[in-house]
Design a protein around this ligand. Structure first.
Ligand code: ZN
Length: 229
């Protein structure tokens, strides 16, 4: 088996999803150069960071943070493209693990009961084959040992892609798309909502409005990347 794997890697060397260079022995998922160049936001260390500010006055989110900064044509866009559209789940899982290693140094993460990935509509899930936010959450969970619950929030309405809509239309588009079918399981819990890319915050806002109706729920947000617009 080992021989076969070595043989395969000679034919198809594993490459860094960002720069395309072949990975060297000891490198995992990313090459060393791209690994150190990842544009980290460090928002988890700053309670009033831009993502937290994005939600202020809209929904009550205790802590919000994103791992990376997304810019058009940048390395994070490449990375997420390979992860989401080329079915490379190992990328998202690995990024979740990396982020968890940073989040573990905050106090607020210690009170989290559940990780809840933002769900995809069942049709979209079927088409893509996996929920990217859930894969990212699984990576976080693997390090922090906080359970991932994909049964506590569901997406009941299909919404199209949001980026070209006005702010009002985007909100109209998402406001009734979520449902929290088991409110008893969520009462008195500290939740970390896990998303892939936060742009306007409308999706998180819509999910939060349902969840915040449950007794004594505390919401926090962690996403893979923030795309400021
Ligand atoms: Zn690279």
């Amino acid at each position: 088996m080992k021989f076969f794997q070595d043989f395969l890697s000679l034919l198809y060397p594993e490459v860094c999803p960002i720069c395309g260079n072949a990975l060297l022995v000891g490198e995992k998922i990313l090459c060393t150069i791209c690994f150190y160049k990842l544009p980290k936001t460090n928002y988890h260390l700053d309670a009033n960071n831009p993502v937290h500010e994005l939600f202020s006055g809209r929904v009550n989110i205790s802590h919000a943070a994103t791992f990376l900064r997304f810019s058009k044509g940048g390395m994070v866009q490449r990375l997420i493209h390979e992860f989401k559209y080329k079915n490379k789940r190992e990328i998202g899982f690995f990024l979740g693990e990396l982020y968890a290693n940073e989040l573990m140094h905050t106090d607020w993460i210690k009170s989290i009961d559940y990780l809840i990935p933002i769900p995809l509509h069942p049709l979209k899930l079927k088409k893509r084959g996996f929920n990217q936010s859930e894969v990212f959450a699984n990576g976080i969970s693997n390090i922090l040992n906080i359970p991932v619950r994909n049964d506590l929030l569901s997406r009941i309405k299909f919404s199209e892609t949001q980026t070209k809509k006005s702010k009002y239309k985007r909100w109209e588009n998402v406001k009734d798309i979520f449902e929290a079918p088991n409110s008893t399981a969520l009462a008195n819990r500290h939740i970390l909502l896990v998303d892939d890319v936060i742009t306007t915050g409308a999706t998180i806002e819509a999910a939060s409005q349902h969840l915040l109706q449950i007794e004594n729920v505390k919401l926090n947000v962690a996403a893979l990347a923030f795309a400021a617009i």
